[in-house]
Design a protein around this ligand. Structure first.
Ligand code: NI
Length: 264
């Protein structure tokens, strides 16, 4: 499988979990915009078997390189972002939950999931978009959610893109994040307002907003339940003093955006 095919598969998998994303792309295109993806975000645990470095492998093999590391102390997450020398390919942002910062109970639950995963499956090129590789009861999902919404999300959805991101700079009919937000709200989409609808500022060279995650029905071992799945993100980048476009991420903004998948 080529990287282009993997990225294509990731989008197709993603819009099954987040139908709003395709609807928003269609609305933008109807207004004459070309929609370019800034980055794809993936989530995992910092367990050696499934850490960021493991999930990043196919991207590194395909010519991506690591170009930023991030700490989210409050959320107990770390992340790295990867870029490709072909700037037409989206950046890849992978975060991992720092398991040692959580209770023995959460660690036992997460380990019992990870133990079920075959190493061979993890080494497959498209593992990052292969879904949930373990059995999971609704009870375990809710026990995880009590301590970490992020852990619960990964347990239920597994390995699928958490979000794609519209690169606002490339849109023809929007330049301001606030105008884009207004347009989305007028069309009935719910935005993440934690910390304000627009996260970041020109001073940190990045402004972002996001929808709230769509809800999907997930089959647990014992029953089905409707839970938050994936959201759509929007990013406007600014030039650095050296004239180059800022390609990194802002931890303070992403910290709030992580909340787009909360259960409430
Ligand atoms: Ni993002």
């Amino acid at each position: 499988m080529k990287i282009e095919n993997l990225l294509d598969k990731m989008w197709k998998d993603y819009i099954v979990l987040n139908k709003s994303a395709q609807k928003i792309v269609d609305l933008f295109e109807q207004k004459g915009n070309e929609v370019v993806n800034d980055h794809i975000a993936l989530r995992t645990f910092n367990h050696p078997k499934l850490s960021v470095d493991v999930i990043a492998k196919p991207f590194l093999e395909a010519g991506y390189f690591e170009n930023g590391t991030y700490d989210f102390e409050e959320k107990k997450l770390k992340a790295k972002h990867y870029e490709h020398k072909d700037a037409n390919l989206p950046k890849i942002f992978i975060s991992e939950l720092m398991l040692e910062e959580f209770s023995d109970e959460l660690n036992e639950l997460v380990n019992s999931l990870i133990e079920q995963v075959d190493e061979k499956k993890i080494s497959e090129f498209d593992f990052c978009s292969s879904g949930r590789p373990w059995n999971l009861s609704s009870e375990t999902y809710h026990r995880l959610a009590k301590e970490s919404e992020y852990a619960a999300w990964v347990s239920a959805i597994g390995f699928k893109p958490n979000h794609f991101t519209v690169y606002i700079n490339k849109l023809q009919s929007f330049t301001e994040v606030s105008d884009l937000n207004t347009f989305l709200k007028e069309h009935g989409f719910m935005l993440n307002s934690s910390g304000g609808e627009v996260k970041g500022s020109p001073q940190v060279f990045l402004e972002q907003s996001s929808t709230l995650a769509d809800k999907i029905e997930v089959d647990f071992d014992d029953k089905s339940e409707v839970i938050p799945s994936c959201y759509f993100e929007f990013a406007k980048r600014y030039e650095l003093p050296n004239g180059q476009m800022y390609q990194g991420f802002v931890a303070k903004s992403a910290d709030k955006i992580f909340e787009s998948t909360t259960l409430k």
